[in-house]
Every structure is written in structure tokens, then in C-alpha cells.
Design a protein around this ligand. Structure first.
Ligand SMILES: NC(=O)c1ccc[n+]([C@@H]2O[C@H](COP(=O)([O-])OP(=O)(O)OC[C@H]3O[C@@H](n4cnc5c(N)ncnc54)[C@H](OP(=O)(O)O)[C@@H]3O)[C@@H](O)[C@H]2O)c1
Length: 277
């Protein structure tokens, strides 16, 4: 498939930046979006050195109006062949705490789920008018089965996986191909904040190559590494108590992503005897 005009969110780091560099070539125009302008410019310089035209937006995906105006403008000047929605944050239950704060869960859902919904909403009208277009939605293997140490992240990734699958089935007859991407551990700054083992870790360039291969083949789901993806799918198929017991054996701490606002834990619940006083 010839992809000459590509929009990538989360392009200032990790998987998104590796994809930008992988696709950068003469004749290709990249619309790269992320929050950090300095890192975005570094990625842009690397892509430009490979011959690509690059346009940038430094913005938070929660700034819906700015994000959508920029994407609509990018799509209006020439049809987007491929959109990759990779912007995302991670978060989990902090050490010594029993639950995740609602404030953190809301941010995870706002960025990882609603941010992707808003991203797609901006480009779909132009793709539908053309009757063609490809979209890669970055979910996670955490979207297959709720992980005890990261409830909000799991919810956001399961949500965007379900949304992507629904849209894929709905839009395929209209010429839009959607791939839901479910990576395991990828060696990026996000994984550096994940304190614990990183089984089957793959490099960001390798992840980008696997994603590109899957997108080129028009695969409905791009999940890797296969064993980790299969393991999590199996924990979902087995009786819930067995899956819960297996997953409770894994203990991870996830440091909050940069820019994560107020992650304070909820107020402590009073012990029954105190509450009765
Ligand atoms: N790394 C893994 O092991 C792994 C596994 C499964 C799924 N994923 C998913 O892959 C995607 C990329 O993660 P990564 O590993 O590449 O992490 P990363 O290196 O931390 O990169 C995250 C990217 O998302 C951008 N971003 C985060 N919040 C944003 C916001 N509110 N508005 C706009 N941009 C925002 C970041 O921008 P700035 O840096 O400019 O702030 C950065 O470009 C995420 O959706 C993640 O959940 C990662």
C-alpha cells in the first residue's frame, strides 16, 4: 500500500516516534503530534533528514478543539492515507496503596480512550468522503484482561480496543481499514516507569516494524509478542477466579506519566468501629 500522508499522535516519544522515523521517506508527508515541542522537533529533524515533509502540533489530546482543527486542516489539504493514534499514558496502583485514585483513572480514560475517539472523529469525514483510509489504534495487551495493578490503564485500553473493533466492522464496507494494535512490553520511556520485570521486551524500532507490517497487510489486530498476547487472552477465557489468582502473582509499580495531574489516593475509609462513633 502506498502511504504518502500520515498523521501520528504520540509522535514525540517511544512507539510513535519510531513509527514516524520508519515511515519517513521522500514523497511522504508526516503530521506529527505530541505534547513536548522539543522532542517533537528532534523527531521532525530526523524524519526531514530522511527526506520527509513534516508538520508538527504540540498539544494535549484533551485540547479537543485544537487537536481536531489541526487534524482537519491536515486532512483537508490532501487526503490522509494513514492515521496512527499512539498518544497515551500509563498509571497504576502506587506502592503502599490499595486502590487507584479516581483522578488518575479519569486521566487515563480521557487520554487513552477519549483522546483516540476525538482523534478519529476529526479524520474520518475526509476518509469517508474519499472512500478509503487506514487507521492504527494503539491499545495494549492490557486491553485483553484487566490487570490488578493497573485498573484505569486496563479499562482505557480495553475500552479503546472495543471501540476500534466496533468501528472496524462498521467502516470496513465503506473503505476504511482499522487495525487494533495490542503491544506487550516495548522498550520506551513508558516502560522505564514500569518497575518490575518486562517479559518478552521488544525494542521500539522492532515494534514499529511489526506494526507497519501488520498495517500494510491490513490486519484487523496486530498483537505482539505472540506468547504474551496469547497468555492474557487465555486468562480471560479461563474461569475468572483462576485468572485473578494467576494475575495477583504479578506485582508491579507504575510511576505516573509526566504531566499526570493529582494522583492522590482517595480518602481513607474509616474502620467500622471508628465509623460507628
Ligand atoms: N511501552 C509499552 O510497553 C507499551 C505497551 C502497550 C501499549 N503501549 C501504548 O503505546 C502508546 C505509546 O506508548 P510509548 O511506550 O511510546 O510511551 P511514551 O514513550 O511515553 O510515549 C507516549 C507518547 O504519547 C504522548 N502523549 C501522552 N499523553 C499525551 C497527551 N495528553 N496529549 C498528547 N500526547 C500525549 C507523549 O507525548 P509527550 O512525550 O510529548 O508528552 C508521547 O509522544 C501508548 O498508547 C501506550 O499505552 C505501550
Amino acid at each position: 500500500m502506498s502511504v504518502r500522508r500520515i498523521a501520528i499522535t504520540g509522535a514525540s516519544s517511544g512507539i510513535g516516534s519510531a513509527l514516524a522515523v520508519l515511515y519517513a521517506a521522500p514523497g511522504v508527508t508526516l503530521g506529527l503530534m505530541g505534547r513536548d515541542p522539543g522532542r517533537l522537533r528532534q523527531v521532525a529533524a530526523e524524519c526531514a533528514a530522511q527526506g520527509a515533509q513534516v508538520e508538527l502540533l504540540a498539544c494535549d489530546v484533551r485540547d479537543r478543539e485544537r487537536l481536531q482543527d489541526w487534524l482537519r486542516d491536515f486532512a483537508a489539504r490532501s487526503p490522509i492515507d494513514l492515521l496512527i493514534a499512539s498518544a497515551g499514558i500509563s498509571g497504576g496502583i502506587r506502592a503502599g496503596e490499595r486502590t487507584e485514585s479516581g483522578a488518575q483513572t479519569r486521566q487515563l480514560v480521557a487520554i487513552n480512550l477519549l483522546g483516540v475517539v476525538d482523534t478519529m472523529e476529526a479524520v474520518l469525514p475526509a476518509m469517508l468522503a474519499q472512500g478509503r483510509g487506514r487507521i492504527g489504534i494503539v491499545s495494549s495487551v492490557a486491553g485483553y484482561r484487566g490487570l490488578p495493578y493497573s485498573p484505569g490503564y486496563s479499562a482505557s485500553k480495553a475500552g479503546i480496543r472495543a471501540y476500534g473493533e466496533a468501528m472496524r466492522a462498521q467502516l470496513r464496507p465503506l473503505g476504511i481499514r482499522i487495525s487494533v494494535i495490542c503491544p506487550g512490553f516495548v522498550d520506551t520511556p513508558m516502560t522505564d516507569r514500569f518497575l518490575g520485570d518486562h517479559p518478552f521486551l521488544v525494542s521500539a524500532p522492532r515494534a514499529a516494524a511489526l506494526i507497519r507490517r501488520g498495517l500494510d497487510a491490513g490486519r484487523a489486530r496486530i498483537a505482539f509478542p505472540g506468547l504474551l498476547a496469547l497468555g492474557l487472552r487465555l486468562t480471560d477465557l479461563m474461569p475468572a477466579w483462576i485468572g485473578d489468582r494467576i494475575l495477583r502473582h504479578f506485582h508491579f509499580e507504575i510511576l505516573p506519566s509526566p504531566g499526570m495531574e493529582d494522583t492522590a489516593r482517595p480518602p481513607a475509609v474509616a474502620a467500622p468501629e471508628q465509623a460507628a462513633e
